[in-house]
Design a protein around this ligand. Sequence first.
Ligand SMILES: *Cc1c(COP(=O)(O)O)cnc(C)c1O
Length: 417
Amino acid sequence: MEIINNSYQLSNGVNALDLCEKYGCPLYVYDTAIIERQYNRLTNAFDVPNLKIHYACKALTNINILKFMKSLGAGLDTVSIQEVWMGLEAGFAASDIIYTPNCVSMEEIKFAVEAGVNINIDNISILEQFGHVYPEVPVCVRINPHILAGGSYKISTGHIDSKFGISIHQVPLLKRIVKATGIKVTGLHMHTGSEILDSEVFLNGAEILFNVAKEFDQLTSIDFGSGFKVPYKNDGIETDIESLGEKLSARFKEFCKNYGRDLQLIFEPGKFLVSESGFLFVKVNVIKQTTSTVFAGVDSGMNHLIRPMLYDAYHRIENISKPTGTTRIYNVVGYICETDTFGINRRLKEVQEGDVLAIYNSGAYCYMMSSNYNSRFRPAEVMVHQGKDYLIRNRETMEDLMKNQIEVDVFELQTTK
Ligand SMILES: *Cc1c(COP(=O)(O)O)cnc(C)c1O
C-alpha cells in the first residue's frame, strides 16, 4: 500500500479508505498483484528444469485466492482432507495437490487416496499401516532434518522434540519398512517451519535431504517445504530468495546429475505468497489516555487476528485516515474482553476516534485463525484484482452464530424457595 495523492492506495490506484467506506470495518482486503509479484519472485529465483510451487493453502483458503493461485500455475499443499476437498472444488487437478497431514487417522488418509492426491507421510507408524493397505500407491516421505533456525519455537517444526516428520535418525528403520512392505517412495520432503533468514541454514538442510535421497532410487521429486520469511517490520528483513535460489539451484542440478535423472524441485510457501497481500482495516472506537499510555481501541481483536497475541508477532500498523501530520505513540488494542494488544508503542499519525488503521501482513494465518470469541462476527473479505474490488466473503450475521446451535426445549421455570 502506498500513499499516492495524499491517500493510501492498493495496486492499480484502488483507494483503501473507499473500500472501508463501501464494505465497512473491520475488513480483510487481499491484493492479488502482491501475490503475483511474490509468485514471480520465487519462480524467477530458481533456475532448474522442473520447478513446482505448491501454495500452502492453510495460510488463506478463500476459494478465489485458490483459483488465483491456480491461474498463476501453482499447485496446492494441504494439511487436511477438508483442504484437499477445497482444492478440488477450486479446480485443481488431484495430481497438483500434495497432502501433508500430521497425526491424522488412517481413515482420513484413505479419503485422500480416494481423491487421488499426492500423499506425504510423516511418521513411521502410519507409513507401515499405509504400506500394508496400499502397497501400490506411491508416497512422499517427510523427513525431519532437525535444523532449528529463526522464528519462534512455537512455529518451528525442525527441532528434536518436534511431532513433525520422520527423524533423520530413523532413516535406517524407514528403509527397512520400505523394503518389507514394498512401498514406492517417489518423493522426499522437509519443512522446518522456521523462518529462515540465512540461506546457509537452508542449504545445510538441503544437504541432509540429498544424503537421504541417495538411498532411494525411485524418486521423482524433492520438496523443500517452506520457511521463507517475509518482512513484517519496516526494516525489510526477509529471506534473500534470489541468493538462496541461485545457490540451491546449482546444488540441485548437481545432485540430479549424480542421481541420474532430473527431479522436480518443489516448494510449499504459504506466508511468502500471501502475507503481504493482506490488510486488516479496523476502525478506532476509543482513544483512552492513562498516566503513561495512550490507547487506541479498535473494532477488532484477537478474534480476528490472533498472531500478535499468540506468537508475539509484529504487524505493522498505520493510520490510513491521516497520511500526513504529527506522530504520536499508541498502544493499539482490541475490543475483546482479554488483553488483546495488536501493537505496543507504535508511532502513528495522530489518531482520532473514527480513524481507520491498517494492520499489515494480514494475508497469512489471519482470517484463517479467526474465531467467534465474544460472539463477534468474522469480518468480510475483499479481493482487489486488476483495479477492481470484489466481495469474496460476507461479514457474518446472527444467523451464522446460531447456525449449528440446537435449542432443546427442556427447561421449566426454576422457582427458588
Ligand atoms: C504450513 C506449512 C507450509 C507453509 O509454511 P509458511 O511458513 O506459511 O510458508 C508448508 N508446508 C507444510 C507442510 C506446512 O505445514
